[in-house]
Design a protein around this ligand. Structure first.
Ligand SMILES: [Zn+2]
Ligand SMILES: [Zn+2]
Length: 253
């Protein structure tokens, strides 16, 4: 299983990255998680053919996680896609996603490839996505938001999407090969971050330690890149195997 980041920032982008979005690939299954920026360009920078993407998981309905969808679908249609494309999300997110596509009448395009909308209840559940297992579970973000766990024969990747520290964590995400956790700043900003449904770098590291993760990646980062070294330092104090991923780079799990 491999993961590539199409973007690592939170709501505000900076010169070196767009909003957080990731691609999980395994044996012909390619799942995009959230969709922002210039998705087709970003997939090209990942050296991935956009026509090969099989699924899209939308974690929640905030604009930075959703706004790239019409552009992706329009370009896939222009590129001549014929195979189905599965889009998963909770009810409010799927409703907004379809509204966004309706603005451009994308579903009515002549010869539009099949769009399979999976409108999921906000609860713990398992979805098999071809060769990848996908566990979904609610996280703590003020609006309905899915965290997710990807499972292959090689290992597991847990991504908690946008979240403040949770009161309890679903048992299946213990011992992940890789934990991807948001971090909106350093721990001195903790109260403000938690109040907005986000976490500090130190809190992300404590979650990694609690879950016995093998490795931690921080994402949904603030626009001030100059505080990344301080965020990494406070996280590594608790969980040494913490990194900020490079956009587009391949990470094997
Ligand atoms: Zn966000
Ligand atoms: Zn959000």
């Amino acid at each position: 299983m491999r993961v590539q980041f199409l973007g690592i920032t939170g709501s505000i982008q900076h010169a070196h990255s767009g909003n957080v979005s990731l691609l999980i690939s395994h044996a012909g299954t390619k799942i995009l998680v959230d969709i922002s920026g210039s998705p087709v360009q970003n997939l090209a920078l990942c050296e991935v053919d956009p026509l090969d993407v099989t699924h899209l998981l939308l974690t929640h309905s905030h604009v930075d996680h959703l706004y790239g969808l019409p552009s992706l679908l329009h370009q896939l249609w222009l590129m001549g896609r014929t195979s189905e494309f599965v889009i998963m999300g909770n009810h409010v997110t799927i409703k907004k996603a379809r509204q966004l596509c309706a603005v451009f009448s994308l579903e009515e395009k002549k010869g539009m490839f099949p769009l399979i909308w999976k409108n999921l209840d906000e609860e713990i559940q398992f979805v098999q996505c071809k060769s990848l297992g996908l566990d979904l579970f609610p996280v703590t973000h003020g609006i309905p938001t899915f965290g997710c766990l990807f499972t292959s024969e090689q290992g597991t990747i847990a991504y908690l999407a946008d979240t403040a520290p949770m009161k309890e964590y679903p048992p299946m995400i213990q011992n992940p090969s890789l934990l991807i956790h948001e971090a909106g700043g350093v721990d001195s900003e903790r109260e403000t971050l938690n109040g907005k449904g986000h976490s500090s770098a130190l809190q992300a590291a404590k979650v990694a330690e609690y879950l016995h993760a093998e490795r931690l990646f921080l994402c949904h980062l603030p626009e001030q890149e100059n505080i990344y070294p301080d965020m990494l330092a406070e996280a590594r104090h608790v969980f040494p195997l913490t990194d900020i991923p490079e956009v587009f780079q391949v990470y094997e799990v």
